[in-house]
Design a protein around this ligand. Structure first.
Ligand SMILES: C[S@@+](CC[C@H](N)C(=O)[O-])C[C@H]1O[C@@H](n2cnc3c(N)ncnc32)[C@H](O)[C@@H]1O
Length: 266
């Protein structure tokens, strides 16, 4: 039987208000002009792309092709990724709470995972973000601003954006490693074991093992550097827009979760 999440703490009011305002302003950029039905179709198209057609060519580009999928990515999956990242990180011990921290949000997409992790850490986080999609970078800038985070976001390939680390840092890889080809994944893993090992790590992937068949190898490879695998789940109060799209698209995100590979910020 599937493991159930215990009821999660509601989001603190101040964070819930920022999530609502972020969704509202993101909707304002996408729907209108798109109708609710067009966004709902985008949600279903993205869901089927991720679940059923993952093996095909260039998932990253196909997932952002078309206004409906972009609107779904920005207004629906982004808040869900924010909440999944927030609850995953909020459950970790937080030795750096209140301290200065640089969070590298690689493959940042809409900035959802990086913003969720930064807000949950409660650290004075500066975000350095990158993604190869210009559309995503625009959305990410808006997301970091919505949560009051200091951030720079640049359009760049993930491997070209691997940082030279200084000070306390955390590398966030939210639902993007599964979009890399095998050679790029190997290069990223070698960096995380080498120059990147002095950073913390927040690697998030879907619960379905078919999305990330390399997962166990990475868990083994990074264990020696202090990384630990978890499967955090949370029962959430869905924002109204998410609940409406869930109902219309035949999906249910009252409970959310992810695979997490976590190494403390350092
Ligand atoms: C499923 S989205 C997740 C985005 C975000 N991290 C989140 O939490 O919602 C995956 C992102 O990885 C980006 N991506 C995929 N391959 C990339 C690469 N080689 N370099 C940079 N970004 C990449 C895509 O453009 C996309 O924005």
């Amino acid at each position: 039987m599937a493991k159930r999440a215990t009821a999660s703490e509601p989001l603190p009011d101040a964070i819930a208000a920022r999530v609502d305002a972020w969704i509202e302003s993101t909707r304002g950029r996408h729907a209108p002009p798109l109708t609710f039905a067009e966004v709902r179709k985008g949600v279903q198209a993205l869901s089927s792309l991720y679940v059923e057609r993952r093996g095909g060519h260039d998932l990253a580009r196909r997932s952002l092709a078309g206004a409906g999928k972009r609107a779904a990515f920005a207004t629906y999956y982004a808040p869900l990724h924010f909440l999944a990242a927030y609850y995953a990180v909020a459950a970790r011990p937080r030795p750096c709470a209140g301290e200065a921290l640089t969070l590298y949000d690689l493959g940042c997409g809409t900035g959802a995972a990086g913003a969720g992790a930064a807000v949950a850490l409660g650290a004075r986080a500066r975000v350095v973000a990158s993604d190869r999609s210009g559309f995503a970078i625009g959305e990410a800038r808006a997301a970091y601003a919505a949560f009051g985070l200091r951030a720079v976001a640049r359009r760049r390939d993930l491997l070209a954006a691997l940082p030279r680390l200084r000070g306390t840092s955390l590398v966030c890889l939210g639902w993007c490693v599964n979009e890399l080809d095998a050679a790029a994944r190997d290069e990223l893993l070698a960096w995380l074991q080498g120059p990147g090992r002095r950073a913390g790590l927040c690697l998030l992937e879907p619960l379905a093992s078919s999305a990330s068949p390399w997962w166990d190898d990475w868990v083994d490879a990074l264990a020696e550097s202090g990384a630990r695998a978890e499967r955090p789940r949370a029962r959430i109060e869905r924002p109204e827009w998410i609940a409406e799209l869930d109902r219309a698209a035949g999906l249910d995100h009252r409970e959310i979760g992810a695979r997490l590979l976590w190494r403390e910020p350092r």
